[in-house]
Write a protein that binds this ligand. Sequence first.
Ligand SMILES: NC(=O)c1ccc[n+]([C@@H]2O[C@H](COP(=O)([O-])OP(=O)(O)OC[C@H]3O[C@@H](n4cnc5c(N)ncnc54)[C@H](OP(=O)(O)O)[C@@H]3O)[C@@H](O)[C@H]2O)c1
Length: 244
Amino acid sequence: MTLGLIGSGMIGGTLARFAVGAGWNVVVSNSRGPETLGELVAGLGERAKAATPAEAAASGDLVVVSIPLFAYTQLPQAELAGKVVIDTLNYYPDRDGRLPELDSDELTSSELLQRHLTGARVVKAFNNITAPHLSSLARPSGAPDRSALPIAGDDAAAKKEAAALLDALGYDAVDIGDLTESWRSSPNTALYCLPYGGEAPSGLSPQELLRWFLETPGAPLPAHRVRQLADEAVRGPAGGALVD
Ligand SMILES: NC(=O)c1ccc[n+]([C@@H]2O[C@H](COP(=O)([O-])OP(=O)(O)OC[C@H]3O[C@@H](n4cnc5c(N)ncnc54)[C@H](OP(=O)(O)O)[C@@H]3O)[C@@H](O)[C@H]2O)c1
């Protein structure tokens, strides 16, 4: 199996490493060109190669898109048609600019991506965990301290493939619905990133809490808790705020 990756930064690079560890081939890509990915590919080893986004899309049995949302219109539509596309994207207006369809809740960011990627089958995943916790909380299938991640998508078969990918990369999957429901794991919800930090010490100021969260290795979040947080989610304003 080959995993194509469009975007090979913090999330894409981590997923590429896990995929190689699980015996997959990976094709990584970014905006600056394959020649800028030599160090990443060397670290990943023989199963990895660098390519353009179009080549990564064409060669992937599944393709992870892990770029800033502002760049989604540059994704290679033709090469992604027919593919299962794993969407890690989140909307951060300070970075991505304001997107009226998202601000009005007319669309989720995943629906916006799906609308652009005609013919692809988009599954939202890996968007609600920070890259360090994604690294530290991965566990083999069946481990008692395994964590779960939510997935959302409109195509049942694509979600099955995405769940199998999550399983291979160290996580259980919890299906939280179709792409219209993907807001349940987006910024400004209780399922977004914080629960993977575990229980915070009491009495911390907001700055201390942030520092604690960024430094903690995290704590396992089992599937039943992901399900509960998704079911109880309350839709906040679209778009997260970046912290310094
Ligand atoms: N970091 C996290 O903890 C985290 C957690 C969950 C979800 N997310 C979301 O996942 C996405 C990626 O986040 P990240 O932190 O991994 O970002 P990142 O470290 O900044 O990496 C972004 C990657 O996307 C590439 N890229 C940018 N524009 C592109 C384009 N037009 N075509 C192809 N590749 C392009 C960049 O390549 P160049 O360097 O060559 O431009 C880089 O490899 C974002 O939407 C983010 O909100 C992040």
